[in-house]
Every structure is written in structure tokens, then in C-alpha cells.
Write a protein that binds this ligand. Sequence first.
Ligand SMILES: Cc1cc2nc3c(=O)[nH]c(=O)nc-3n(C[C@H](O)[C@H](O)[C@H](O)COP(=O)(O)OP(=O)(O)OC[C@H]3O[C@@H](n4cnc5c(N)ncnc54)[C@H](O)[C@@H]3O)c2cc1C
Length: 213
Amino acid sequence: MASAPSPRTTVKRLPKRGVYDAPAIAAILDEALACHVGFVVEGQPYVIPTIHGRSGDRLYLHGSAASRMLRALSGGIPACVTATLIDGLVMARSAFHHSMNYRSAVVLGTATLVEDPDEKMEALRVIVEHVSPGRWAEVRWPTPKELLATSVLGMSLEEASAKVRTGPPIDDAEDMDFACWAGVLPLGITAGAPIPDAACRPGFNPPEFRRPR
Ligand SMILES: Cc1cc2nc3c(=O)[nH]c(=O)nc-3n(C[C@H](O)[C@H](O)[C@H](O)COP(=O)(O)OP(=O)(O)OC[C@H]3O[C@@H](n4cnc5c(N)ncnc54)[C@H](O)[C@@H]3O)c2cc1C
């Protein structure tokens, strides 16, 4: 996994917020529940939300074998994957200096179809575990028919960057006495009360919602 920016992944605006440390990029991808995959088909850019999973320096995507996104990407076209975590609303005294605290990752590269059956099953495990750690051990695993209906793509994290903003608002000195509230409203994803499926057998506890942090 890369720990230095390439010319394409060097953060230009507020470069001190650029992070190229591979574990930091991996941590953002692991905490984000979903990502957005950008690619171009016949001159038209698409940015499609999807679930992902990471194992080492490989990012996995999956979906129906009939999905345009997966079919297009498996043809070896360039892709851009982004994941964003919003940590807070930064409320400044001026409208201009409002911001968000965030951690985001951008991965550039080319995805390839995972054809090895063992790697494909492992990638699906990684994706399930990414969403709900411990869930793979609780559920029925994919059948050969389900595996045929599912495509899995792998993408290297070799060319990737992160950008991180933390901390309070940064107002101009002349605005510091302006009469309004200023500070940060922290945000995060929390789970609501679990809703059991109507046919759920009694005696099972719902999975806990856990994110790596
Ligand atoms: C949080 C989240 C996670 C998802 N995870 C997965 C996943 O792991 N695997 C997977 O295959 N799919 C996933 N999806 C669905 C995914 O976004 C696509 O809808 C799906 O891949 C359908 O692909 P397609 O080839 O049929 O669509 P396409 O043929 O690519 O889409 C045709 C058109 O439909 C519209 N469209 C397609 N998807 C969306 C969308 N999500 N929102 C709004 N408009 C849309 C667009 O205009 C697009 O041009 C997820 C969606 C969300 C929001």
C-alpha cells in the first residue's frame, strides 16, 4: 500500500490536510460503511454508491453479475473510489469560514474481476465483516449458484490519498467578537433500536453496530 502521494493524488487545496499514510487511509475505508465509485462509460461519467471491504492493500466491491458498474469496471477501465466520514459541522462566526470536520479517502486505479473461487469467497467474507463484524460466522454462506450471480472486483490501494479536517472554526480576527454561537457540532452514525424481522426465530440477539475507530 502506498505511503507517498503520486502526482495525481497530491492534495492541492490546504495541502497540510493531505494524508498519505497507508494505515490512515485504510482506517477511513474501514470505518466508512459505503463508498462511491466513479467511472466513465461512452464518455458519460457515473458515480455509483456501493458497499466495499478492505483486506490488506486490496479494496473489494461486489454486486450482481449483471450490474453495469461491475461489468464496466471488470473491462479494465480507470476508476476512482471515494469514502467520506463526516465528523462534525464547523460553525464559524462568518458564513465564509463554515466548514465540516471530515476524513475522506480517494483511491485511483483499475479494478479486476476476482475469479479465483477462494479469493472470491474471502472477498465476500471481508465485505460482510466490514459492514457487520462477526456476521459472517452467524449466517449461511453463499452457494455456488449465488456465487455465479455475484461479481467481485478487487482494486489495489497503491495510489490513494486521504484528506482530514479536525478542530474548531478558523475565523478572521476582525470577526472574533461577532455575536453568534461558534464551535463544532460533532456528528457520527449511531444505530437505532433493532427491528426484528417478523419471522425471526426467538432466542437470537441482534448484532451490535460497531465501527472500527
Ligand atoms: C449505500 C448503498 C450501498 C450499495 N451497495 C451496493 C453493492 O454493494 N453492490 C451493488 O451492486 N450495488 C449496490 N448499491 C446499489 C448501486 O448504487 C446501484 O444501484 C446498483 O449497482 C445498480 O447497478 P445497475 O448496473 O443496475 O445500475 P446502472 O445501470 O449503472 O444505473 C442506471 C442508472 O440508474 C441510476 N442509478 C443507479 N443506481 C443508483 C443509485 N444508487 N441511486 C440513484 N440512482 C441510481 C443512475 O441514473 C444510473 O445511471 C448500493 C447503493 C447504496 C445507496
